[in-house]
Design a protein around this ligand. Structure first.
Ligand code: ATP
Length: 238
């Protein structure tokens, strides 16, 4: 039996006549943390959106748990365990923190399990617990990112897709976010992480892929890639 949870083959995605993703292959295995890095406009977010069913495919296939998910809507995929934290977070600002977390569990009916997971999320993010009845709109950017991650975890995902979680955050919050991504992974959640912060993303990754102009130009183990002079020159400012 294969332990590949997500397999992308020859993926192409276009906006009108413009190809943003030009035929890429990658995979995410059970228990892995895989980072997809690359500069602004390389096609990372577009790839994420195709995987989560929010953008149609212009070519190729995406397999999740061995089954093609082409044409399946985002809602269906969440039910099957593919949860995404989008760029820009998208928390419900007029709802409290607890209400946001409950929204993440709306596909579930197991009350006891939901309550247990809520406690688990609060253990990972004690800051959210302190503010559980506060409106999400009053949180800082970093706290909202944590809430968005917590909300996604409430659906008990098999694969968690994170799109640029460190974007726009103060350096101290960036540290904290990478720490919690590492912790969530350590607890057994499989993660696909899209990041412009290549150094941090590769430090915590089992494996990484570099995207450039709609194609994957390099791939390898996280640590190997961190040491690769080509990666260092292009993405780590050396
Ligand atoms: P970022 O870090 O800015 O999110 P990215 O690697 O995720 O960068 P994408 O956002 O996927 O890159 O963009 C890939 C290409 O597709 C870019 O050339 C971008 O200009 C183009 N693009 C993205 N969104 C649209 C859109 N809605 N309509 C047309 N072109 C788009």
């Amino acid at each position: 039996m294969s332990d590949i949870l997500l397999q992308v083959k020859g993926l192409q995605v276009a906006y009108g006549g413009i190809q943003a993703v030009k035929g890429i292959d990658f995979e995410v295995r059970e228990g892995e943390l895989v980072s997809l890095i690359g500069s602004n406009g390389a096609g990372k977010t577009t790839t994420m959106k195709a995987v989560t069913g929010t953008l149609p495919l212009a070519g190729g296939e995406i397999f999740y748990l061995g089954e093609s998910i082409r044409g399946q809507g985002a809602w269906n995929l969440v039910k099957k365990g593919l949860a995404m934290v989008p760029e820009g977070r998208g928390v419900f600002t007029r709802m409290t923190i607890v209400e946001n977390l409950q929204m993440g569990a709306h596909i579930r009916r197991d009350k006891a399990g939901i309550a247990a997971d809520e406690e688990k999320v609060f253990t990972i993010f004690p800051r959210l617990k302190e503010r559980r009845d506060q409106l999400a709109g009053t949180l800082s950017g970093g706290e909202q990112q944590m809430l968005a991650m917590g909300r996604a975890l409430m659906s008990r995902p098999k694969v968690l897709l994170l799109d640029e979680p460190s974007m726009g955050l103060a350096p101290i919050m960036v540290d904290k976010i990478f720490e919690v991504v590492r912790e969530v992974h350590a607890q057994g959640v499989t993660i696909l992480l899209v990041e412009q912060n290549a150094s941090r993303a590769l430090q915590i990754a089992d494996r990484g892929y570099v995207m450039e102009s709609g194609l994957i130009s390099m791939s390898g183990e996280g640590r190997e890639m961190l040491a690769d002079p080509r990666v260092r020159a292009a993405y780590l400012g050396e």
